[in-house]
Structure formats: structure tokens, C-alpha cells
Write a protein that binds this ligand. Structure first.
Ligand SMILES: *Cc1c(COP(=O)(O)O)cnc(C)c1O
Length: 397
């Protein structure tokens, strides 16, 4: 009965609505930050990845404005043609210094950094082994590369070893991919064990520090530093758009790795260089990460406090099975609920109380959950408001 080749779109949308999986963008008015204005309502923001509050830091804005005035708005071409500025190299050197690597290469986004790096490092004769909860961009990179792809169970070293044992020999190169901090769960990957296995089975390791950089480690270098693996050879990917408050992505690693990517990563060669404003803002952010450890300290105090108090609330809850805190070691704190409809209702209830907490549902994650992200710039009243709001949600479950 379909009269056009596009009729299936309407049917798909109806199915999404019915499954409570339909999503829409919501505009915030004005500045990002610990509190935001949305449609006339002030909301305490527990939904952003702006862990250090740098997206609204005047120093980043000033650096971006100065870069626009010096270089203009667009970089005008790919880095290998007209799109390269000395500013890009300054940022790449600053990222390498933060990470303690030889060098780094900056991409237009973290998504593209994963796509570009993975597709350059492996091809059809090769094998990619990835954690089943890996970010979409790691999975997409594996697909684009044409390599054979297998998922190992989340954080399961024994399962990874089994797959290496069974499949490694049949492939030329092998790449193990993992988030360092899992973006929708908040737990960490067992990186030292992964690196040991990689040594044994002659495999490369790509670790995605999107939620680690600026947040973890005594120097803010990331979860790799926190887990004591900064001196091990690996491919460290990350984003400039989370704790660093700008836009863009990067790969940090050895000189041969970075030189190779400059020659072989299509996602870097065939796309326009990062804009001067984004580049300058990210550079300012890297410097702040290095010079203001008190931001990280404030963030971790918030994490400790919210986790402890949440667990207290949960142990006293009348129906504990209706909400469970997922294991987390990061500012990403998730509360699992039985259905997509339940998390949407909880998120809406919190919103009426002036709290912005995201409802994350399948297919993004296997089980529905409220996802709370904390910021260094949250005030004590914000945390109190969150805990009181969650208490009410539990009481009314
Ligand atoms: C956000 C994210 C990305 C993508 O980074 P962008 O710069 O936003 O494209 C990649 N990996 C993980 C784990 C992420 O959370």
C-alpha cells in the first residue's frame, strides 16, 4: 500500500514512540554551566559532560575570540592543504605534554578520531576485539576498517583472553579497543590486565579517554595515568569536547604512530582542519587542567559525597529492586530502572523539581537508567537539591 519509498519513515517513528525510544533535542538558552535556563525554567545541570565547568570559562572564550580575530572563523581547508595553523601544532604539543606521549594529532571530533585511527591501523586481514559496552564511535571505526570484529563481555579479561587464544593466530594485526571510562556506566576498564594480554598476544591497544582526560589522574592526564599505564605503549584517543569544554578530538601516542596517522587516517586527511576558535579554546583548557588541580579535587569531593548519600537513600528505599546504582568509579553515576517508561517518568519528575538528569534508554544502553554527571562547579546546594529530588522519586516509586 505504500505510495512513496519513504513511507516506512512514518511507521518507524510510530514504533519508536510506542517503545518510549523517541528522542528530541531540547534547547538550553544562553550559557552552559552548573545551572542552565531551558524554556524559562532554571535547571541544575546533571546532564552535561562539562566536568570541570570549562565550557563557560571566560578564559576559553577570550582565547577563542582572539583566535578568530587573528585567523578568522574557518580554517579553510584540510590540514595538509590550506587548513593548518601553528595554533594546531601548539595544541597537539600541549596534549602530548599532558599525556606524556611523543606527539598527538587533532581531529574534528572524538568520533572522527576513533573512526580515523581505527580504520588506519587495521584492515581486512586484521582483527578488532572490543568491549561490548564500547562507545558507538569505536564500533563504527571497526566496521569502517573492514577488519574482523568480535566483542568481549564487558570488562571481562577471561573472555578477552579466550577470544585472543581462539582467533589471534588467524589474523595479521590485532587491535583491542576499549573506553577507559565507560560513558553510560561510569566504570573503568581493567587497563593493566588488557595491556598484559596485548603483550602476550602481540596486539595493539586503543583506549578512548573521552571521559577520562582532565578528570582522572594526579595531573589530569586521564584514566590511563590514574591506572598507572602512562608509560605503556598504546593508542590514546580522546575528545576536546567534554572536560576540555571545546570541540574536536585527538590521538596521542608514539612519534611513528602520529606520523603514520598524518599520512594514512582518511578522517584527518580529507576533512577541514579544526577551527581556530575551537583550537584556541582547547589549548586554554589544557593549560587550565594542568594549573588548576583544585577543579579536579572539587569534582571528586562531589562524586564521593553523592555516591555515599545515594547509597544511604537506596538502602532505606521501600522498593530497592526498582532502582539500583550501577558500579561507577567516575563522575558518571547511573541509576538503573526496570523500564524505559520508568526512567522517562523519573527524569520528568526531577525536571519539575528543577533538576536536569538524563534518561538513557536502549538502544544506547542495554538497560534503562538515569544518568547523573557531576561537575566541579556544582555548589553544595545543587548537590543537596539533587539528593532531595532523588529521595522523592524513590519515595513515590
Ligand atoms: C563523546 C564520546 C566520543 C565522541 O567524542 P566527540 O568529540 O563528542 O565526537 C567518543 N568516545 C566516547 C567514549 C565518548 O563518550
Amino acid at each position: 500500500m505504500g505510495t512513496t519509498p519513504y513511507d516506512w519513515l512514518d511507521r518507524s517513528l510510530v514504533a519508536l514512540h510506542r517503545a518510549h525510544r523517541y528522542r528530541e533535542v531540547q534547547a538550553i538558552d544562553g550559557m552552559a554551566g552548573a545551572t542552565v535556563q531551558r524554556q524559562g525554567q532554571t535547571l541544575v545541570n546533571f546532564a552535561s559532560n562539562d566536568y570541570l565547568g570549562l565550557a563557560s570559562d571566560p578564559r576559553l572564550a577570550a582565547a577563542a575570540i582572539a583566535a578568530i580575530e587573528t585567523y578568522g572563523t574557518g580554517s579553510t581547508g584540510s590540514r595538509l592543504l590550506s587548513g593548518h595553523r601553528e595554533l594546531h601544532r601548539e595544541l597537539e604539543r600541549a596534549i602530548a605534554a599532558l599525556k606524556g606521549t611523543d606527539d598527538a594529532i587533532v581531529f574534528s571530533s572524538g568520533y572522527l578520531a576513533n573512526l580515523g585511527a581505527i580504520a588506519a591501523l587495521v584492515g581486512t586481514p586484521d582483527l578488532v576485539l572490543g568491549d561490548e559496552y564500547n562507545h558507538s564511535s569505536l564500533k563504527a571505526g571497526g566496521k569502517v576498517s573492514g577488519a574482523a570484529m568480535l566483542d568481549y563481555r564487558h570488562g571481562d579479561i577471561a573472555d578477552l583472553k579466550k577470544l585472543l587464544e581462539a582467533h589471534r593466530d588467524r589474523h595479521r594485526r590485532c587491535l583491542i579497543t576499549t573506553d577507559s571510562v565507560f560513558s553510560m556506566d561510569g566504570d573503568l576498564c581493567p587497563l593493566p590486565e588488557i595491556l598484559n594480554l596485548a603483550d602476550t598476544y602481540d596486539a595493539m591497544v586503543l583506549v578512548d579517554e573521552a571521559h577520562g582526560t582532565g578528570v582522572f589522574g594526579p595531573r589530569g592526564a586521564g584514566a590511563v595515568e590514574h591506572l598507572g599505564c602512562a608509560s605503556r605503549p598504546l593508542v590514546a584517543v580522546g575528545t576536546l569536547s567534554k572536560a576540555l569544554g571545546s570541540l574536536g578530538g585527538y590521538v596521542a601516542g608514539s612519534q611513528p604512530l602520529i606520523n603514520f596517522l598524518r599520512n594514512r587516517a582518511s578522517g584527518w586527511i580529507y576533512t577541514t582542519g579544526l577551527s581556530p576558535a575551537d583550537t584556541a579554546a582547547a589549548l586554554a583548557a589544557v593549560q587550565i587542567v594542568q594549573h588548576e588541580p583544585q577543579r579536579r579535587a572539587a569534582l571528586w569531593n562531589h562524586v564521593k559525597q553523592v555516591m555515599e548519600q545515594l547509597d544511604l537513600i537506596l538502602t532505606k528505599a521501600k522498593a530497592p529492586h526498582l532502582m539500583q546504582r550501577l558500579p561507577s568509579e567516575s563522575p558518571i553515576i547511573c541509576l538503573e530502572m526496570p523500564s524505559a517508561a520508568a526512567v522517562v517518568a523519573a527524569s520528568e519528575q526531577l525536571q519539575r523539581m528543577g533538576l536536569w538528569v538524563a534518561a538513557v534508554r536502549p538502544p544506547t544502553v542495554p538497560t534503562s537508567r538515569l544518568r547523573i554527571t557531576l561537575m566541579a562547579t556544582h555548589q553544595q546546594v545543587h548537590l543537596d537539591q539533587l539528593l532531595a529530588g532523588l529521595q522523592r522519586v524513590f519515595d513515590e516509586l
